[in-house]
Design a protein around this ligand. Sequence first.
Ligand code: UT7
Length: 328
Amino acid sequence: MGHNGAAITGCGAALPERRLTNRDLEKMVDTSDRWILERTGIRERRLLEEGLSTVDLSERAARDALDGAGIKPHELELILVATVTPDYPLPAAACCLQARLGAFRAAAMDVAAGCSGFIYALAVADQFIRSGAYRNVLVVGVEIPSRIVDWSDRSTCVLFGDGAGAVVMQPADGERGLVAFELGADGRGREHLYIPAGGTVLPTSAETVQRQLHYVKMNGTEIFRFAVRIVQETLERLLEKSHLDYGDLDHLFLHQANLRIIESIRKKLRLPREKVPVHVDRYGNMSAAAIPVALFEEKAAGRLKEGDLLAAVAFGAGLTWGGILMRW
Ligand code: UT7
């Protein structure tokens, strides 16, 4: 007999205070407020203060999520950190966070699935809880893209922002909790969004640094097309699995990469604006942090009601995609 699936019992988010506006970017690269706004919907993004790291921002989000769930760090059994921007290439950011929180009973690992990482990590947490192995799991989605983008490359540096979101997952009561998940990957698209150097193909050297190969490279047009297609396919599979319909959705949380992607999906599915939260205008693309920050903001605003059906779908580097359906 299986156990109950997992429900989110606490949420937290942390955004750096420093804002970088499109006007600020006009002074750094050959771009304009108008281009950025029209092509992406982004007005400003946050930048982590110098001297702070992934774990500093993660800790703030994690402590709020723990408080929300009413548990202490030492009660955690598993910490999953969805990120591609850990404090160090080795070890996992989750181990740095475990030490910072003093959560020494918890196993800790990172989930590196690009912008889909938080959704992947929710599905992993759900499986550990459903199997009965763990009851208290912390899932963090955090990204500090400002440390891996080339600030002289206008095609990427205007898009991203730093942020962290966290949730605590525990066995669900009654109808609440994760209803279904859908994960996928297509590694043939790995070079559409990647960092060429610093791995085993091109270990870091003076030459790789001089050639700027330690920065993010992206083929935006390919990812745009992929995103619009894969989000709809993922949602359809989730709803079909669960014998539900678009009309049953109370909230659709989409990865926040570009307002044009969000709007094109929203219009295709004929969903009203209030069901599809947007923060890309304020925070830019925060990769794995985008969905947990949106969850936190919707909950804080009182818009998530017990029993609401929500879907969350993300896509990103890998290429990867992932979606979940959850009863709040
Ligand atoms: O998180 C998951 C990963 N990322 C994504 O989901 C990103 C998905 N893709 C996108 O959001 C869009 O493709 C972008 C916003 C990245 C780009 O928008 P686009 O409408 O596809 O523009 P484009 O790349 O086709 O570029 C159009 C023009 C180019 O000039 P030419 O070749 O037409 O003369 C670019 O050089 O815009 C130019 N351009 C810029 N101009 C001003 C590119 N970046 C900028 C910029 N400011 N920052």
